[in-house]
Design a protein around this ligand. Structure first.
Ligand code: DUT
Ligand code: MG
Length: 242
């Protein structure tokens, strides 16, 4: 059996209910623990759709997705939510305290563990400055924090759950270059044994990935490291220069 946390797509096709054409076709790849798999492609290519199939927001129309060698459908909801943390493209905070937001998916986390997650997510400063700190209140939808703070709190939430698989959907886009770099460096240690899948719009943020999948109109048109793709893929070259 593959290692726990391994994500395998086997010839996956998916179409939204009622739509004529599939949004994803013939998707096959393996995301291994200890590695970063990046997915890049233009808007509408199907990146978010692909990620959303992993925690079963939707089910594949054809083909199979396995986690640690077990088909998703046999794994059960509870195991899926325990093992996978997803930071969605539009990160969402609930009305409630920062602590309760961070404990979504990590009910047993101590305050100390929450502060550790906040530290990695470069959020210690702004949480410390808030009255009540961990107990300070987030309004519905997180409108009383900035977009970048919301994004970082959702990253902290994902970290607090200590999953085997991390899904980041364009999760670093609202951060300035400096914060992005610090956060990414800090993520290396806590995610070192996990399978990490990162969707990105900017190539500059994924050049170090172990494998990059280039998605175009719902198909993987090229795959490899940054250096390999610069040589082999015109689509990748276009993304790099755009
Ligand atoms: N789509 C739907 N219904 C949905 C979501 C998406 O029909 O609920 C379509 C829109 C698009 C395709 O699926 O034609 C892929 O969308 P997705 O959101 O997966 O694309 P993306 O690669 O994540 O785009 P972006 O970079 O803008 O986030
Ligand atoms: Mg998307």
């Amino acid at each position: 059996l593959p290692e726990p946390g391994t994500v395998e797509f086997k010839d996956v096709t998916f179409g939204y209910p009622g739509a004529e054409a599939p949004v994803l076709s013939g998707i096959s790849f393996t995301a291994k623990p200890g590695q970063t798999t990046a997915i890049i492609g233009s808007t509408g290519a199907g990146k978010t759709t692909l990620l959303n199939l992993i925690p079963r927001l939707y089910d594949a129309t054809e083909g199979e997705i396995l986690i640690g060698g077990v088909p998703l459908k046999e794994l059960g909801r509870e195991a899926i939510s325990r093992n996978i943390s997803a930071v969605p493209q539009r990160p969402y905070l609930f009305s409630g305290t920062i602590a309760s937001n961070l404990r979504f998916g990590a009910q047993d986390a101590s305050d100390e563990e929450l502060w550790e997650a906040l530290d990695i997510a470069q959020s210690t400063d702004f949480v410390t400055e808030r009255e009540g700190q961990l107990e300070s209140t987030i309004s519905q939808g997180g409108t009383n924090v900035s977009g970048g703070q919301r994004q970082r709190l959702c990253i902290a939430r994902a970290l607090a759950a200590k999953p085997m698989t991390y899904l980041f959907d364009d999760s670093f886009s609202a951060l300035d270059v400096n914060t992005d770099a610090k956060l990414r460096a800090a993520l290396a240690e806590p995610t070192k044994d996990a399978a990490v899948i990162i969707v990105a719009q900017r190539v500059s943020t994924i050049t170090e990935a172990d494998q990059i999948l280039v998605l175009d109109h719902g198909e993987i048109v090229a795959r490899g490291t940054h250096e390999e793709l610069l040589e082999s893929s015109e689509t990748y070259q276009e993304i790099v220069t755009s």
